[in-house]
Design a protein around this ligand. Structure first.
Ligand SMILES: Cc1ncc(COP(=O)(O)O)c(C=O)c1O
Length: 420
């Protein structure tokens, strides 16, 4: 048996590698090694994509402390000013017509509750999502997920159909290619074939992140919106990963055109400082629940700690202009990623970048990926390296300095060269 008295996630316990983070500031966090020394690491991942505000954000820490002094215990129907203000702020940044928020504790719960609302509001049970997607580990969200984490737990929900993906990659030299085998037309055809007007909702990450930063080509998202409308099917944008500035916009779909009916968020909503998620709901769905019961609830619905952290995090995004900063620094970042690819066209045959999120497909077998992992670790650079999809995903905190990011990318390049 492994020595720790708790489970590590997504891992055989005997193979789990604990990682002790003891603090941090900005884009760097400190890790205590086995020998007890601490070393700074450069965070090019935002931990698990939640640390958009970087490390040691004192404003959010102070807001949590104030809330702890003021009020911690309430009931799901409890009303308090920060809960009202957070909901209003989330809605203010959503497209016109979004009128209600449902609070959760994380991303999977947001997806679960969006799924329930879609079924209750339409009276239909069928759902459509994509293969290269991740929507959470609870059984409903996992049934929608298309990646390798779903099959070990099947059978999942009845009525979920997966479709192929559709994304555009940059090739060395700058030309572009649409890949994934899917298209908006194929998705529309799936809606027809499932039975006209029989699918409750389509769940899509605007840009699937953990599955390789799969940015759809122009026109994909609006065409999906149109197909959904033809069938009276709801469109759910799962912005758990790509919300709050990750793509240089408040919510991930904004740069793709076409507004959804429901938006799921978590991770960056508090910058990772407290557990919180939410479903943002357009009035055309919300109004159904004026007279019909919304069969959904949680003991910790709108818990004061999460709410206080979320409200202050949103104020930090606003006051420091972090969303706009992610968009402008993102332009430079995309240029640096493209230049790196052009210097190593064989090793990095495809890249995709938008805002402060980039995916670099890397040539090589498992052994080469293991070497790359070690080379990054030796440089204390934290990234999402996924040998299963042969991709390195970078998603730095939005507060990272431009030079710091450029240097970080230089470290990634050095690790690539060393491990080739
Ligand atoms: C797009 C997306 N949706 C949902 C989830 C699930 O969120 P959580 O891990 O908070 O349940 C994730 C987590 O990575 C995600 O990336």
């Amino acid at each position: 048996m492994s020595e720790h008295p708790y489970f590590f996630t997504w891992s055989a316990q005997s193979k789990a590698a604990p990682f002790e983070i003891v603090g941090g500031r900005g884009a760097r966090f400190d890790v205590r090694s086995g020998s007890g020394e601490t070393h700074p690491w450069l965070d090019l991942a935002s931990l698990s994509y939640q640390a958009n505000l970087g490390h040691g954000c004192q404003r959010v820490v102070d807001a949590i402390k104030r809330q702890a002094d003021e009020l911690l215990l309430t009931v799901p129907s409890g009303a308090f000013p920060a809960k009202e203000a957070l909901a209003r702020t989330l809605l203010a940044h959503a497209p016109p017509g979004f009128t209600k928020v449902f609070f959760t504790l994380g991303g999977a719960e947001a997806v679960e509750n969006a799924l329930k609302m879609a079924r209750l509001a339409t009276g239909r049970h069928k759902l459509v999502s994509r293969y290269r997607s991740y929507h959470g580990a609870s059984m409903g969200a996992l049934s929608l997920s298309g990646d390798h984490r779903r099959p070990p737990l099947e059978p999942g929900l009845v009525g979920v159909t997966h479709v192929l993906d559709c994304y555009e990659s940059r090739l060395p030299g700058g030309s572009r290619v649409v890949e994934g085998g899917g298209s908006a037309e194929a998705l529309a055809r799936t809606l027809d074939l499932e039975g006209p007007r029989s699918v409750a909702a389509i769940f899509l990450e605007p840009v699937p992140g953990a599955n390789g930063v799969l940015i759809p080509p122009d026109g994909y998202w609006p065409a999906v919106r149109e197909a959904a409308d033809r069938h009276g099917t709801l469109l759910v944008a799962d912005c758990v990963l790509d919300g709050f500035g990750r793509l240089g916009s408040w919510y991930g779909f904004e740069r793709l055109g076409g507004a959804p009916d429901l938006i799921t968020v978590s991770k960056g909503i508090t910058g990772g400082y407290a557990p919180l998620g939410a479903v943002l709901v357009h009035e055309r769905v919300a109004k159904v629940f004026e007279d019909q019961v919304l069969w959904a609830g949680l003991t910790f619905y709108g818990h004061p700690l999460g709410v206080a952290a979320g409200l202050e995090a949103l104020r930090v995004y606003e006051d420091e202009g972090l969303i706009e900063r992610a968009a402008s620094l993102g332009e430079e970042f995309a240029g640096w990623v493209a230049a790196l690819q052009d210097r190593h066209p064989t090793q990095v045959p495809r890249t995709r970048a938008l805002g402060l999120l980039a995916g670099l497909e890397i040539e090589g077998d498992d052994a080469r990926f293991a070497r790359l992992g070690r080379a990054l670790e030796a440089r204390r650079v934290y990234t999402h390296l996924n040998p299963r999809i042969r991709t390195l995903v970078l998603s730095p905190p939005l507060v990272i300095g431009a030079e710091e990011l450029r240097d970080g990318l230089a470290q990634v390049e050095a690790a690539l060269v060393e491990s080739a």
